[in-house]
Design a protein around this ligand. Structure first.
Ligand code: FES
Length: 128
């Protein structure tokens, strides 16, 4: 049974949608359950100034990704990279054990997004 915070983030997800001209884009999916998400960030002076996501996934994945984007927004890249699935689960007030992998999927998508940003920056593809 989902708690009120999980239900709130599932029914009213924060930071959902596109982010035109994103500085980093990451995708991640789980072959086991088939759920999938795309994440976008904008960065200024090593800080995440905006973050959005689009998703095809379970209600818990929507809630964990919504919470994660709220936690990551405004953080430096290094701080955001340190957020764990357990941090997200705790911020949501807990999840059933069989749903904690949803938080890890959100975290992996964020890591892929951060890696994409670093790759673009190192290649000089954009000025951030
Ligand atoms: Fe697949 Fe939640 S069941 S991410």
């Amino acid at each position: 049974m989902d708690n009120e915070k999980v239900k709130d983030h599932f029914t009213n997800p924060r930071n959902i949608g596109d982010l035109p001209d994103a500085h980093g884009v990451g995708t991640h999916g789980d072959e086991g359950c088939g759920d999938y998400l795309v994440m976008y960030i904008k960065v200024n002076r090593d800080r995440i100034v905006d973050i959005k996501f689009k998703i095809y996934g379970c209600s818990t994945l929507i809630a964990t990704t919504s919470m994660l984007t709220e936690m990551a927004k405004g953080k430096t890249l290094r701080e955001a990279a340190r957020i764990t699935g357990e941090d997200v689960v705790n911020a949501l007030g807990g999840l059933p054990k069989d749903k904690t992998h949803c938080a890890n999927l959100s975290i992996t998508a964020l890591h892929m997004t951060l890696q994409d940003y670093k790759k673009r920056k190192s290649l000089g593809w954009a000025r951030f």
